[in-house]
Design a protein around this ligand. Structure first.
Ligand SMILES: Cc1cc2nc3c(=O)[nH]c(=O)nc-3n(C[C@H](O)[C@H](O)[C@H](O)COP(=O)(O)OP(=O)(O)OC[C@H]3O[C@@H](n4cnc5c(N)ncnc54)[C@H](O)[C@@H]3O)c2cc1C
Length: 374
């Protein structure tokens, strides 16, 4: 969308047919909301019927912090749209900006000219193969990125898998706020989404026993009861499970090399984090903005493009390296005395509380403001 708004000819190839759901606990952090607002898309996302979340709470054993989501630009709420709604809003916006969108088309290979990447080969429904030539191939194709594999982009950092996410959707859960919790070596959240449903996620360390598939429904409820007595009570007080249990253990933490001659990676393809911090969607928005800003008018000029992609790589490192480390810490689900002392300080001191609520909402720190593009 941003590159099309900038005047480039953009072709988006998408393997799936929309609308389709995808594994996610859906929460868009405040800085992601601010980018949606800046791009004129927040109203479209809210128009899908996804409830704005303006209040949030955090609980851990003996600790409770609650308050309002702070403001960031025009955004004063977070939200959690189902991905069949969000992804469609984003694809439509790109098309409105002039991009061509071809769903049901898989990228299967690279087209090279003089050794440099100069396009892709792809397969449409029915098996028809085509070659699409391009000055830049952007792999925005997720953590198992085909583009990353085809160009041989190495991991520049690999920290393995730390947690699993187990979640499902409930109706009849009292309360319309975002509730985050840590307890019994587990983490998680209750996240209101479309149709009066609340997604309740329990995040468990990878080493935690998971039992046989048939036992997991019961285990999920046991884990929820241990991690958040408040939510156990909310569920026991007449909530109804409306979907199957989704169990996702494929949550690696890595950075990949972000670019080469004729190609670049954004989103999960370049940087994947454990969803414990729920940062992936906002990060992929920011990375799209960074890549677009760095490219500016440079595409088409080989030297300027290479310099622009070098700037993009440097910007990724300086913007995302520290939050990546913090996210690893959260995903270790530590309840050490030091962590608990910090949380008690947050609970007891209004100044720390405000900063904590900003962090939980995913507000941008001043030094990390996203550059403007389009
Ligand atoms: C269990 C779980 C919970 C999560 N919870 C949150 C959360 O609460 N908040 C948050 O911000 N983030 C969360 N995330 C992370 C978030 O989903 C991702 O960070 C985000 O979707 C990244 O967007 P992306 O566009 O890079 O990749 P994706 O959303 O994965 O999109 C990639 C697209 O590329 C397409 N594609 C793949 N291969 C090809 C190919 N060969 N040809 C054509 N198309 C292809 C796919 O069909 C897909 O549509 C969660 C992730 C998981 C797994």
């Amino acid at each position: 969308m941003l590159l099309a708004r900038h005047g480039y000819r953009v072709l988006m190839l998408e393997r799936a047919e929309f609308p389709r759901d995808t594994l996610s606990t859906l929460l868009i952090h405040l800085r992601g909301m601010e980018l949606l607002a800046r791009w004129g898309l927040l109203k479209d996302v809210l128009a899908t019927g996804c409830p704005p979340l303006t209040e949030l709470s955090f609980s851990a054993p003996g600790i409770r912090v609650e308050g309002s989501v702070p403001a960031e630009g025009d955004a004063r709420m977070v939200c959690a749209p189902r991905r069949y709604a969000l992804d469609e809003v984003l694809a439509r916006a790109a098309v409105r900006a002039g991009a061509e969108f071809r769903p049901g088309v898989s990228v299967t290979g690279l087209h090279r000219e003089d050794g440099a990447v100069a396009g892709v080969t792809c397969r449409a429904a029915g098996g028809r193969m085509t070659v699409e030539r391009a000055r830049l191939v952007i792999g925005a194709d997720g953590r198992h990125s085909t583009v990353a594999r085809l160009v041989g982009a190495p991991y520049t950092r690999w920290d393995g898998r730390l947690t699993r996410a187990w979640y499902t959707y409930w109706s009849g859960v009292e309360g319309a706020s975002l509730r985050l919790f840590l307890g019994a070596g587990l983490g998680g959240a209750a996240i209101p989404t479309h149709d009066g449903l609340t997604l309740i996620n329990v995040q468990l360390p990878v080493g935690h026993p998971t039992g046989e598939r048939a036992e997991r429904d019961r285990l999920y409820l046991d884990l929820l009861a241990r991690a958040s007595p408040e939510l156990r009570d909310a569920v026991a007080a007449g909530a109804r499970r409306e979907d199957r249990l989704y169990c996702c253990g494929d949550l690696p933490n890595f950075f990949r090399r972000p670019y080469g001659e004729g190609w670049a990676l954004v989103g999960d393809a370049v940087l994947h984090k454990d969803p414990m911090g729920a940062q992936g969607i906002a990060d992929s928005f920011e990375q799209a903005a960074l890549l677009g800003t760095c490219l500016g008018d440079a595409l088409g000029d080989r030297e300027r493009s290479a310099a622009a992609l070098g700037r993009y790589a440097a910007a990724l490192e300086s913007r995302f390296a520290a939050p990546y480390e913090e996210n690893l810490l959260h995903a270790r689900l530590a309840e050490s005395e030091q962590v608990m002392a910090g949380l008690r300080a947050v609970q007891d001191d209004p100044r720390f509380r405000e900063a904590f609520l900003r962090t939980l909402s995913g507000a941008t720190e001043k030094q990390n403001e996203v550059p403007r593009m389009a």
